[in-house]
Design a protein around this ligand. Structure first.
Ligand SMILES: Nc1ncnc2c1ncn2[C@@H]1O[C@H](COP(=O)(O)OP(=O)(O)OP(=O)(O)O)[C@@H](O)[C@H]1O
Ligand SMILES: Nc1ccn([C@H]2C[C@H](O)[C@@H](COP(=O)(O)O)O2)c(=O)n1
Length: 644
């Protein structure tokens, strides 16, 4: 499984230009395709969901031309799709699947619409029921009420009154409204039940109006699509930035200090999710808005406050409130979010499970979620359920703890470069990496630098030594990669001041013997062991900063270290230091044997295939052969001062 480890963030601020809105992008693409004339679509979102829509439109005979960047030229077909037979794969794109189902049901052709497994679990029955009232012939190819679907040519009896449920997904109403102008006759659509996610219907109506079709509205209960209307290209359409995507950055500004400004949405936005900013303001964040931007800063008091909110108007962005709640005082309650259960995954269940991994106290109900934070969140590997919003929301937890996000590329659904952009507006806990060969003095220098700066200290070699010792004690051969990796993954270690406890027993002395040194060097050459110890090392990054010493701290464990030092000394000097060190601790020692052992470990550490010992080009060389410890420490502190 792919993963992304996020270092804990200490602050956030700056400006982010948002990618185009998914909801607007796919609506604009469909209406541009059905319209008369050519539409130039600018600032379109590049993502899996828009890709699925573009591919489908091309298959259906629509002219799609990339103009480079985020611009496309769509040659409208001026009515129903000309291609009358097609099988479409729409991934997990609800904003493509639902509206295309409606448009194709009225197109007089034979079509099959499929998606990924999760899409086949997302309900579509209410939309199909609505279309059948018009005479559409739609067959379920799997379970009743769910995709995949087969659509047949049918004689459509348009006009009159049509009823559609509005309390499961507003996309059913959106799909019907956007397709009905294809019939040319007046149709009244009545919503059964309380319409959820109303702001998305506002987007639908605004986009239809942009393409020349004005729907008459009776509150949220009935909508009339007039007779004789047709879509006409407005020429060029600019897609607004995605307001749901803005929520992660605004929350980051509120948690991490800010000011953090998002550009692409603001006061003039047609997207309901801009009201996420109001929810954040209720939590105490300081919010400012311009026509096309929103800016968030931490509360003046420094601490966010819990809220109790009906989130029906911001169903997607409300997910961000669930993780922002980790930073608020009190219990946050998010209500009226039943629609989360039928999204990319059951988001209420997924959110509850993953928040609990971090240590938060969570209560889930059929349509609500209660989140109570704890003072110290636990590092955790967060599962994302193939849900882009899970991945993006949980990135906020990195303001409290080191974090692993599993399957981070799921963000491609709406925001392919989300993590890269997040990195540009966040600052992480600083790291000084001191790598180098055995007995060069890394540990001594690293520990003193850490003390001078008030940083934590990671002796990464100790983890390989502990693994070798624990494997030996468990009777696992040091060459048994899977066996040793399992031992590494399950190490029960507590690091203290001058003490290391393995399964409750003090082992600081036991891991420093020459036998265990050789064992550590052997197990460190096994890729599965290195993988098992990676996150364990990364969770040391917390507090004011970290100094880590080892072989691959700067190259693999913390490649974004603020300062990387390759600390070395000649083999003879190192052997002499180790000799004195052992004698000083009362251990027997032989200079020649130590020199031979050091050279053998140097060779093994440098020649192994993964993370070999080597000076990387971004590391500065510190040869301590002729330096005292104080001189070496001062040099590192001096370099760090210049690097920060
Ligand atoms: N610049 C120096 N001058 C003299 N002695 C030093 C210097 N740096 C470290 N030493 C001594 O060398 C010995 C080995 O140092 P240390 O244990 O820090 O090395 P290391 O690189 O961390 O080794 P290992 O990789 O095996 O853990 C210690 O006794 C330390 O006091
Ligand atoms: N980041 C690291 C740290 C250590 N090792 C290996 C190399 C050594 O042979 C062994 C013990 O390390 P030491 O305590 O001597 O620093 O662990 C490594 O491969 N990567």
């Amino acid at each position: 499984m792919e993963f992304l480890d996020l270092a804990p963030f200490v602050s956030a601020g700056g400006t982010v230009r948002l990618p185009g809105s998914k909801s607007i992008s796919n609506r604009v693409l469909l209406l541009a395709a059905l319209a008369e004339g050519v539409t130039e679509v600018r600032d379109l979102l590049h993502s899996d969901d828009t890709e699925r829509m573009l591919e489908a439109l091309q298959q259906l005979g629509v002219g799609v031309e990339s103009l480079g960047g985020e611009a496309y030229r769509i040659g409208g077909v001026g009515g129903p799709f000309p291609v009358k037979e097609a099988e479409l794969f729409l991934g997990n794109a609800g904003t493509a699947f639902r509206p295309l189902t409606a448009a194709l049901a009225l197109a007089g052709g034979h079509y099959v619409l499929k998606g990924v497994a999760r899409m086949h679990e997302r309900p579509i029955g209410d939309l199909v029921d609505g279309l059948r009232q018009l005479g559409a012939e739609v067959r379920y190819l799997g379970n009743d009420g769910f995709p995949p679907l087969e659509i047949f040519p049918a004689s459509i009896r348009a006009g009159g009154v049509l009823q559609v449920r509005g309390d499961v997904s507003s996309q059913f109403l959106t799909a019907l409204l956007m397709a009905l102008p294809l019939t040319g006759v007046e149709t009244r659509v009545e919503v059964v039940g309380e319409l959820i996610s109303k702001p998305y219907i506002e987007i639908t109506l605004a986009t239809m109006a942009r393409f020349g079709v004005e729907v008459q509205r009776e509150g949220w209960q009935a909508f009339v699509v007039p007779a004789g209307v047709r879509y006409v290209s407005p020429g060029t359409v600019y897609v607004e930035g995605d307001a749901s995507s803005a929520s992660y950055f605004l929350a980051a500004g509120a948690i991490g200090g800010g000011p953090l400004r998002v550009e692409g949405v603001g006061k003039d936005s047609i997207q309901g999710d801009v009201r996420f900013a109001e929810a954040l303001a209720l939590m105490g964040a300081r919010i400012e808005m311009g026509p096309n931007w929103i800016e968030a800063r931490a509360p003046a008091s420094g601490k966010l406050q819990a809220i109790d909110l009906d989130c029906n108007h911001i169903p997607d962005a409300a997910m961000t409130l669930a993780t922002a709640a980790l930073f608020a005082e009190g219990t946050t309650v998010l209500r009226n979010i039943a629609s989360w259960r039928v999204k990319e995954t059951d988001r209420i269940a997924a959110m509850a499970t993953e928040l609990q991994k971090l240590g938060a106290i969570v209560e889930e109900g059929p349509d609500y979620l209660k989140v109570t934070p704890v003072p110290a969140l636990k590092p955790a590997a967060i599962d994302t359920y193939d849900d882009h919003r899970m991945a993006m929301c949980f990135s906020l937890a990195a303001f409290a703890t080191p974090l692993r996000i599993n399957d981070p590329k799921c963000v491609a659904k709406t925001f392919p470069d989300y993590f890269e952009r997040l990195a540009t507006v966040t600052r992480s806990v600083p790291v000084i990496a001191i790598d180098g060969p055995s007995a060069s003095g890394k540990g001594t220098v690293a520990a003193r630098v850490a003390a001078a700066l008030g940083f934590g200290y990671l002796d990464s070699g100790a983890l390989y030594r502990l693994t070798a010792l624990a494997a030996q004690r468990a009777g696992v051969d040091w060459d048994d990669e899977a066996g040793v990796a399992a031992v590494a993954a399950g190490l029960e270690v507590v690091f203290g001041e001058g003490s290391i406890r393995l399964a409750g027993e003090e082992v600081e002395g036991a891991i420093r013997t020459e036998e265990i040194s050789q064992g550590a060097s052997k197990v460190a050459a096994l890729p599965a062991v290195r993988a098992a110890l990676l996150f364990r090392q990364r969770v040391f990054r917390c507090g004011a900063g970290l100094v880590g010493d080892g072989r691959d701290i700067g190259s693999v464990v913390f490649p974004d270290s603020r300062l990387k030092v390759f600390l070395t000394a000649s083999a003879e000097v190192r052997a002499e230091r180790r000799y004195k060190q052992l004698i000083g601790k009362g251990f027997p020692a032989n200079m020649q044997a130590i020199l031979l052992d050091l050279r053998e470990r140097d060779r093994r550490d440098s020649e192994r295939s993964v993370a070999p010992l080597q000076q990387n080009e971004d590391a500065v060389l510190l040869d301590t052969s002729g330096l005292t410890i104080d001189q070496a420490v001062d040099q590192v502190l001096d370099w760090y001062g210049s690097a920060s």
